[in-house]
Design a binder for this molecule. Structure first.
Ligand code: ASP
Length: 330
């Protein structure tokens, strides 16, 4: 009996079990509360993004390729506060932030306050891959984009009717843009583990509604908007940036995993700490090296989706968890 138990626990068997859980990708479409007429769009968008990331992983692509693809799909979807659809700053302009991190090397790339770029997440990856720096901002980041041949798009092409309407509404003297934003959600992010066990994260945002020009939030800040380490896992965050930065939420959750917490418990502990310590609400998607994952939030809602072992998982409200075969077309 003992022998049987021991043979069950051999490293080969354990590795085979871990392999069964890989690859995996988990995405989010922002923490907050989504208006009823936008719930379907928001859920459909994260499901498409998780499928896109999973297709890359199943074709032998890396976790970095998968998270960048998933986030690009969400940036291209006007329903989210990233890329086209980004919220506007006080001057009515789009300024975007993004980060990627590679859990194998702990290399990262980030951009902040970039304009006229359709996919800031791809620019963040270029910063990681093609420069000796990890973070470029504003005009310097835009200049680098030009030097890399990244096409510039017109500022208007990133602005939707919906974001302009919210900007105007929040110019009113009695408006509360932070509350209004947590009432609408939209930052996007992804985490993934590929079949080789390499882990990556990516997060992209237009930031906070009616923010000051030049304001940079948590998203492009390593350890706040995201963190990835092959030894412990990866996290992508969403919520009020100034609050997330106070607790370096992504790294805090990985610290709890490092201390032996499950990926779900660690995510809940990080969010609970942010709530009790600095009254902040938010959401995260997290994975560990074994491919266990969580999509957790303290806000009212967060659209999320995960793809693993030919199954698509998704949800929006707390406690919601639907599944569908990935073979079933959208
Ligand atoms: N964290 C983002 C920021 O503060 C906003 C969000 O996640 O909704 O820029």
């Amino acid at each position: 009996m003992i022998l049987l138990f021991l043979s069950f626990r051999t490293p080969q068997r354990y590795f085979a079990q871990v392999k069964d859980m890989l690859p995996v990708v988990v995405v989010h479409g922002g923490a907050g509360q989504i208006p009823k007429d936008r719930t379907e769009m928001s859920t459909a968008g994260v499901c498409s993004a998780a499928r896109a990331g999973y297709t890359i992983l199943c074709g032998g692509g890396s976790s970095m390729d998968a998270v960048v693809e998933a986030v690009s799909v969400l940036e291209n979807n006007p329903c989210y506060n990233a890329g086209c659809g980004s919220v506007l700053n006080i001057k009515g302009e789009v300024e975007m932030d993004a980060i990627v991190m590679d859990g194998k090397t702990l290399g990262s790339g980030a951009v902040s306050a970039v304009r006229n770029i359709a996919n800031p997440i791809q620019l963040a990856r270029l910063v990681m891959d093609k420069t000796s720096h990890s973070f470029l901002t504003a005009e310097g980041a835009n200049q680098f984009a030009r030097s890399m041949g990244v096409p510039e798009v017109s500022p208007e092409s990133l602005i939707t009717e919906y974001s302009r309407m919210r900007w105007v509404k929040n110019l009113a003297p009695d408006a509360n843009p932070v509350e209004s934003q947590m009432g609408k959600m939209g930052t996007v992010g992804a985490v993934a583990v590929d079949s080789e066990g390499n882990i990556a994260c990516a997060t992209s945002t237009g930031g906070m509604l009616n923010k000051m020009e030049g304001r940079v939030g948590d998203t492009p800040c390593i350890g706040s908007g995201g963190y990835a380490d092959n030894l412990f896992g990866a996290v992508s965050t969403t919520g009020h940036g100034e609050t997330i930065m106070k607790v370096t939420l992504a790294r805090l959750i990985l610290f709890y995993i490092e201390q032996g917490q499950s990926v779900e418990a660690a995510s809940d502990l990080g969010l609970a700490y942010m709530k009790s310590r600095v009254s902040g609400l938010g959401g995260v998607v997290s994975v560990d090296p074994q491919g266990r994952w969580a999509a957790r939030f303290s806000s009212q809602q967060m659209s999320w989706a995960a793809a693993q072992t030919e199954t698509l998982h998704y949800g929006l409200y707390a406690g919601e968890h639907f599944t569908q075969s990935l073979e079933k077309p959208l």
